[in-house]
Design a protein around this ligand. Sequence first.
Ligand code: COS
Length: 378
Amino acid sequence: MEFALSRRQEEVLRTARSFAEKLVLPKADGWDKSKKFPTETWRAMAKAGLTGLPIPRKYGGGGQDILSYVLAVEEISRGSAALGVTLAVHVSLVSQPLLSYGTERQKMLYLKPLAQGSKFGSFCLTEPGAGSDVASMESKATLSGDEYVIRGRKYFIVNAPMASTYLVFAMTDKSLGHRGISCFIVDRNMPGVKIGKIFDKMGIRSSMVSEVIFDNVRVPARNVLGRPGEGFKIAMDTLDCGRISIAAQAVGIAQASLDAAIEHARTRVQFGKPISDQQAIRWMIADMATEIEAARLLTYHAAALTDRGRKHTKEASMAKLFAASTAVEAARKALQIHGGYGYMTDLPLERYYRDAKITEIYEGTSEIQRLVISNELL
Ligand code: COS
């Protein structure tokens, strides 16, 4: 078993870390407060080759492996979890399925600009009444000549307000249950695509999340991704990879929390000595560091399995489950170590706490991860 990163992976890690330290960390609080997506920084990420890292060069990407991409998501999320999820959704939930299931035409037309970062991608699966229970979706796509007509509403869709390319899941044959779901590539310019409610969120405030309405959108049949009826499988397969990137996001938030806690514990003096001399504080820091390392190893392991073309459903869910609770706990402890200072919005601790919570919810709640893990075991 080899625990070392390759030279290429180390290089990606260095690039992402330096990018995050120079261009993300110092600005993340401002983005959070203004609730505005940092478009300029995204452009700089594209220029640095971070928006298509695991996509082959032929399709505009960086030709790196999934582990390298995971390292980048972790580093970006250490600076801003909102920018981290924007990247994770763009790559894992849109570019990756286009790469795995797309035709050559679809890859050239849709994947390439996404990998180059000139367009945004968005994954339209969740509906107001269909969250964990994907197969209960109500969106419909009806074949009419050589086009499908899509009608439905998608909810809590990350990146939707600024996206140009949507992967949209809809029922093409309700009688077949999950086997009647198909996946479509929908262009923002197609008539009938409308952005609905823009959500105001507890955390990841500078990422854009909205409702998307598909009002009789006519999509050419050649824009079906994979085969008709293959949508549920594509969604599950995509989420297997997406969950690893959310685990990486959670590790990034947890690491940022630990970094802040160590710095504060060393410099804050109470009872005549730094609070890092108090056993209560030392134990919290030791537990945080141990849990973060375990979460990181689970995440890298799931990524490495993906790179080797091995099944990684269980490992991705384990990584996400553990990393998400580690992030929430690390953010809570770091805030506690900061005392009253941690509760104020002058410091980023309360942001870490708010941001960490969503990792236990999106791309499958922690309860769904336990369901997936137990299904795999039993
Ligand atoms: N990869 C490929 N195929 C998979 C799969 C995976 N990881 N997981 C399930 N499948 C297949 C099954 O093999 C089964 O295939 P058949 O058509 O041959 O029967 C089919 O999908 C249905 O599987 P299952 O019966 O387990 O589906 P359920 O409707 O019970 O749903 C869960 C399973 C709950 C795990 C799924 O709906 C899920 O992941 N929900 C959470 C959704 C989510 O993460 N939402 C967030 C949206 S993005 S923010």
